[in-house]
Design a protein around this ligand. Structure first.
Ligand code: LLP
Length: 415
């Protein structure tokens, strides 16, 4: 069931009209649907039935603490990539033992704080990181549980900026080196080997690269077993895509089944790190049309949300649906590019659209719950938008709009 629908020609999130949210909280504002997040979590969780697994939501996709809190309540763990994300998870009620730590630049401070707190696994990205972690663990007198992020060299067939599992990418460790490192790690007194990990890319829309990567990992796990190294879990990362336009990605059930059926004979716990698929289609961005501008070559709908609020179209040429919040208007059709206020020609949120809007009307960018607010910035000294979460007929303000003081306050004048 879709939780963003028109009711009496007004776009709603669950039972709340987006126009009411705009009235109360202004624009631009991110709006999330609680029921959608819950549905997506279950879509991943249910197909596992009683097969051992953990769903470690990838915090970077949307790191608002209320979103994390909801996911924790549903039973999720978390995949983090920084100490900042660690603090968010803890504040949201997550436990260190619910956390796996990914990312290729973990500092000594990050390793120390999170190991001391007792996180469940470090997904290691390099030989030097393994050595650094052993040193940190020895100093603390605590054992660090690890997996090695392998680079399975499969093409995720997605945008080149978000593919991560090819040889030329900075992520992961090639299989031959990984074998050597597992053997080294086994001898380290403060390191405990638990898993094999990878993440091959994001917005993946076919099963083939997914199953290929599983097969590669299983082959490695079998080889390790023969040399006496027992792997307990396989962490397959995130990456399952969502429909933005006409993509037809595999359903989470199909995705989970294709992994479970391969892994089952080897009795490994499965860890997933989904981000986009949980929160992407659970969020919209409400924005107001400031100006309709007629140009010589093109028309423009100038809106109050820009690449500072939502950068994916500028960064990846991503296509986002942009729809009228009120679909019963006498406005004339306007063929235009939808552009933001930022002083950059790439600040285009939608190219060649047809809209029925007047100045002052509201639009919604849909499917922007993932990598939306979490990638926003203050470029052009524009405050970050508000975020609200709708639960049935209730609206929770989960992040107030930034103030000018929030932006300028941390700065100092010269003496
Ligand atoms: N695990 C690891 C280690 C990751 O690096 C990522 C995402 C995920 C899990 C979650 O992937 P997802 O399920 O969300 O695809 N900003 C880009 C996406 C970058 C993804 C980075 N890593 C975008 O807006 O398309």
């Amino acid at each position: 069931m879709n939780h963003f629908n028109y009711i009496n020609n007004q776009l709603h999130a669950e039972q709340v009209a987006l126009s009411e949210i705009a009235k109360s909280y202004g624009t631009p504002t991110y709006v999330y649907s609680k029921a959608t997040i819950e549905r997506h979590y279950h879509a991943f969780n249910t197909p596992f039935a009683d097969y051992p697994h953990r769903i470690c939501y990838s915090v970077k996709a949307n790191s608002n603490i209320a979103v994390l809190q909801q996911l924790k309540r549903l039973g999720a763990g978390f995949d983090i990539v920084s100490l900042g994300e660690f603090h968010r998870v803890i504040k949201a009620g997550g436990k260190p033992e619910d956390i796996v730590f990914s990312g290729l630049a973990k500092t000594t401070e990050e390793l120390t704080v999170t190991l001391d707190a007792g996180i469940s696994c470090f997904n290691l990205e390099s030989e030097n990181e393994l050595h650094r972690l052993q040193t940190v663990a020895e100093k603390l007198g605590k054992t660090a549980t690890i997996s090695i992020r392998i680079n399975p060299d499969v093409d995720a067939k997605t945008h080149h900026h978000i593919t991560t599992g090819k040889k030329q990418n900075k992520f992961g460790i090639d299989i031959e080196t990984a074998k050597r490192l597992y053997k080294e790690a086994r001898k380290m007194p403060f390191i405990e080997i638990a898993g094999v990990d990878y993440h091959i890319g994001s917005q993946i829309t076919t099963l083939e690269p997914i199953t290929k990567a599983v097969d590669t990992a299983i082959e490695l796990i079998q080889e390790l077993k023969e040399s006496g190294i027992q792997i307990k879990h396989l962490d397959v990362g995130g990456g399952l895509g969502i429909p933005y336009k006409d993509e037809v990605p595999p359903h989470p059930t199909e995705y989970v089944n294709s992994i479970v059926e391969r892994v089952k004979p080897y009795n490994l716990e499965i860890i997933l790190e989904p981000g986009r698929c949980i929160i992407g289609n659970a969020g919209v961005l409400i924005t107001k049309v400031e100006y309709l501008k007629k140009g010589e070559m093109k028309n423009f709908a100038v809106i109050d949300a820009g690449m500072n609020d939502y950068i994916r179209p500028s960064l990846y040429d991503a296509w986002q649906n942009i729809i009228e919040v009120n679909n019963n208007t006498d406005a004339e059709k306007f063929e235009c590019d939808v552009v933001g206020p930022i002083c950059e020609s790439s600040d285009v949120l939608g190219k060649e659209r047809t809209l029925k809007v007047n100045e002052g009307d509201l639009l919604a960018l849909t499917s922007v719950g993932a990598y939306g607010f979490s990638m926003s910035s203050n470029y052009n000294t524009r405050p970050k938008p508000a975020e609200v979460l709708v639960d049935g007929d209730k609206v929770h303000l989960i992040r107030r709009r930034e103030t000018y003081e929030d932006m300028i306050g941390p700065e100092n004048l010269l003496d």
